[in-house]
Design a protein around this ligand. Sequence first.
Ligand code: PEP
Ligand code: MG
Length: 884
Amino acid sequence: SKWVYSFGGGRAEGRSDMKNLLGGKGANLAEMANLGIPVPPGFTIPTEACTFYYQNGNTYPEGLQDQVMVALATVEQIMGAKFGDQTNPLLVSVRSGARASMPGMMDTILNLGLNDVSVEGLAKRSGDARFAYDSYRRFIQMYSDVVLGVDHHHFEEILEEAKDDRNVKLDTELSADDWKKVVAKYKDKVKAAMGRPFPQDVREQLWGAVGAVFGSWMNQRAITYRRLHDIPESWGTAVNVQAMVFGNMGEDCCTGVCFTRDPSTGDNDFYGEFLINAQGEDVVAGIRTPQQLTIHGRELQRSDLPSMEEAMPVVFKELNAIRHKLEAHYKDMQDMEFTVQQGRLWMLQTRTGKRTTKAALKIAVDMAREGLITRKDAIGRIDPAALDQLLHPTLDPKASRTMLARGLPASPGAASGKVVFSAEDAEKWVKERKEKVILVRIETSPEDIGGMHVSEGILTTRGGMTSHAAVVARGMGTPCVAGAGEIRVDYAAKTFKVAGKVIAEGDVITLDGGTGEVFLGAVPTIQPELTGDFATLMEWVDTIRTMKVRTNAETPLDAATARKFGAEGIGLCRTEHMFFAPERILAVREMILASDEKGRRAALAKLLPFQRQDFIDLFTIMQGLPVTIRLLDPPLHEFLPHTDADIAEIAKAANVDVAAVKARNASLHESNPMLGHRGCRLGITYPEIYEMQARAIFEAAVSVSQETGRTVTPEVMIPLVGAKKELDLMKDAVDKIAAEVFAAMGQSVKYHVGTMIELPRAALLAGDIAQTAEFFSFGTNDLTQTTFGMSRDDSGPFLEVYRAKGIYEHDPFAQLDQEGVGELIKIAAERGRATRPGLKLGICGEHGGDPSSVGFCQKVGLDYVSCSPYRVPIARLAAAQAVL
Ligand code: PEP
Ligand code: MG
């Protein structure tokens, strides 16, 4: 079988649609070669070889070795150089390349093929012994670290000593002879650490590197990254072996990273950074602050350094032409890496570029308008969950502020938090102390990924827009300011100094990742404007989706926010939330403490006007859109007083003694409250509670109808039903109150009585229940809890273990369990609609705002999903994607 896919010299054995086999990098290198774009020749060892490697005790499949040698010979032929040669050596890079991009997570080796003999060849060929020995020492350092496991700090020490000896500060000040000495010391260090010399056989070097790349698939940071990004371990990585080209052979050489459009704003500007006389990783590592690609970019960044457009106009033009060619070909924004060796341009990589959500929207909408993609394509390109980034606050322009520093606007959004100086501290402070933190680093590296993930914002003092911190923060949607060069960090003292101030660990700062500014203290924020590209895409979304999107809301503020986000009604009003306001809770407690029905009714009479006003507000805000009101659900003890002061207060108000209150508290205690006296069981035992609520609903509906002239059609929802008989009793009670209210007010309104389906029994008996119920709303929080027999409040700790062990892939309370809970929903939908064709079906558990669950809801034929206000736009987009 085929274990090697060659590319280069204007042709390739792979294509861009072979990502599963060749990894993203390998597939796109092949595609570029096929498009006639200059890529250094090379070959890809497919992901299948990685899978084989892990399944067969870290061994290679038969035939791989021979095929690699044949492919290598082709590369030698194209480059006119020979692997390990003493006059004209071929050097290669060995890089990982998984299906999904995992920036910086796995190992890379450059300059492979150098040894004591070929380094001389490189020196002669390049006419630059300094360059050759610098390359050799870089290779020894990288190879020893990655393949041989000799820690890089050993080499850094040797290098520091060499510079001290020569009394210089910069690497570039060392001569060829200095580097020769450094190389000798490096080799001694390897020999001392390994007990054998640094490998001189270039084939041994190559296989060592291939094994290390496969091995890096299972290193800790790659595992963490996969967990955070839901990338399966079974995919494996491909290995790309490619002829080296050098961006560090002199002033007519450079290396850079660029995007076909601005990844931060989405503007159709060529965007990128480069470094003259530098090797590939220098840009990403953020060691030198790079120069801008274009004049426009330089002006935007107010940079004094010349842009590539100015410094190397001819190659820039060629690069710009490739930019247009690649974007037109891939029909999406590309992220490219290039190197110029002695005036000749080489493309090292292209891939779909990561971008901010704001940029994603702008690019999708612009490309649809340009005719490059369809509107449906545009809708499909936006990650619904990522919309979240746009719905969150930015700094209030009117708020006063004290600016500390300015860096690059690396990832948008505003965030405040306490300063910490290491990724470990970030994790500790967030997890153990429940603090919000801003991670402040000179630069970040892939080891910091966990700490970056939990931070509110990231601030670095070195590196550009494509530095590790910037790329990773944008991917996470975390605000980031990068390269704030005036800031001096002192890790040992845990402080940073800027603008004459000293900021210590634990001090609060605010970042504006959209402007690159850093402020002292917490600066107030404001809600975003939902206009422009967001509004346009949302308009397109609404023309194609078939499911409605409602919101879960009780307060006028939430209802109004949800309307602004496009909610088409209320799918769940949890009336118990309305009972906790200070002026109401006393009446609720009086009701609970009352010894008989008469006492309960007296207390409920005090609640009625409050509850009626609540519904008047909601009906008014919703302007005739459907409003589903759920009658009281939680067990009564949730309302009971706990502090002595509260107990004394209620005892006085209810005219009973403190001991009686305590006794009632004790008698209402339940061992399993979620399975206890709650939901319609309350309505069955204390009908007067639901009667008061029904009265409030109908009085509000009639009065809003009268006042606004708009018909209000309330939907009254009974919770936790498990038997038709329960619903029958509750519906009779509701109907009776409706009739009374309509007679008294001289006007009636249409209304519906329905039920939540949140118990397995209700799902199974949905055919019966639908005889009475006029609608179903799936309460998937309780349905998940009761189907799994797993408490929604207590399952966190062991669910984490379950997920780690792969028993459940996701938290079923966040992402609907389609196999189990989903099956019950399907059964209930079918049986309910068999009894009552056209039965209205919705979902109001947390899953209603989760994109993958929304897709499932479409499949089983729900009429609407209901979710919290901030998730309404996410659900609208997910509902549209569900019909693509
Ligand atoms: C549910 O159970 O899914 C639901 C929406 O109700 P609650 O979360 O209030 O129990
Ligand atoms: Mg529930």
